[in-house]
Design a protein. Sequence first.
Length: 478
Amino acid sequence: MIAKTNHTHLPVIFLSGLFFLGLLSAVWSGVYYLAAIPFVLLFFCAGWKYIHTVFFLLACSLPFSAELRVTATLGTDFPDELLMLFTAGLFFYYWLYSPGILTGKTIKHPLILLLFITLTWSVVSALFSTDHLVSAKFLLAKCWYLGAFVLAPLIIFKEKKAIKITAMAIAVAMLAVTLITLFRHFRYSFSFANINDALQPFFRNHVSYSAMLVCMIPVFFACYKLSRPGITRNIIGSSILVLLPALFLSYSRGAWLALVAGIFSWWLIKNKLLLTGYVAAIIIVLATLFWLKTGDRYLEYAPDYRSTIFHEDFREHLAATYQFRDLSTAERFYRWVAGVRMIKDNPLTGYGPNTFYYNYKPYAVPAFKTYVSDNKEHSTVHNYFLLVAIEQGIPGLVFFLFLVGTMLYYAQHLYHRSKDDFYKIVSITSGVMIMMILTVNFLSDLIETDKIGSLFFLCLSVLIVTDINTKQESSSIR
């Protein structure tokens, strides 16, 4: 008698058959990636059932991910960018399968609408780009960044536990990377000249490392505030005592400034002054630019090419900074001057996302040239606000500033509105992290990177979820 096939074995039979079919196709065609199809499908099925686990794995992978060169012209961040793409794909399949998973309140939230407007303008600027292929790659990457760190969290963060696990996954992973870095850096006697060597392969340089490191301090502090007295709280407190000296030994002036800005932001939020401080900062920057432009006053700050060098001793590096003889500072001025001159020629739509490198050199002023102005790394202008204005025009910058200003408004508003201690801490921590990210991006352009961009967009999604959940709580109390 022939036994009947057990229906629980059908998926195994199907995947086995698919594997052998893929294997035969791979051998026949020489395209060996075809053999991976059943494993991708299996991973998708597992992710469909355990999307929370996939997202937590993505969060944990952020500090550990490294740049991977696939071809001469194509690179990726491995493994987090693959997990971003997978998480974003899972979200969209979830949404198609069950459209009601996102309520109308969520979709129509002001932060979502402002984010959509900002993204739409990026598409418009890409249509007028000086390099459509480069801009298209930027937009594709942006889509799975937003899918993974804004949209997916809207369904994952509905419970407090998921927010806690995500925060701790990133924080603990970053603590592990920090300890590894400190151990390696110790072998170099904590030398400023060798800090970048100690970071490999997790971070390209000490700027991105310190930027993520400083953002973890308020996360650990929030966990400390929310934890009860005991061994867990002592471990969290000890972790903060590790991160602070690690931040000092990162030798990043921008991150040090971000820590001060974060502490000040905490005070501003508690006193309902954060948005006022944000507007005041914008006015000060605009007034400074106008003053430097008047009568070409900025030319008075052109560095001496012969004395502008890289200093391996950090004390000399700091001294050279305020004397405008530090190489990195002088090179920033070189690119900032070029960037401001670029805006005048294309103020509406800009030159297209991710195209700064291909357009800025004709606008550079030779008086600001340095030894590294050939820019072999193809790096950008080192100021995210200026970068947005250059690549997406003045409207792109205005939309971004409105988005950030609204995020800061919600961080302050939710802190004072919420009666729940957890959401109060989440709100103020998000506001502090946003201000830290803005500070480091005044001297860098890290929002489009996996390390810092992920934190920025996670703050946005956390604020949306906090707003919706605290509204529900207040209405239930009534």
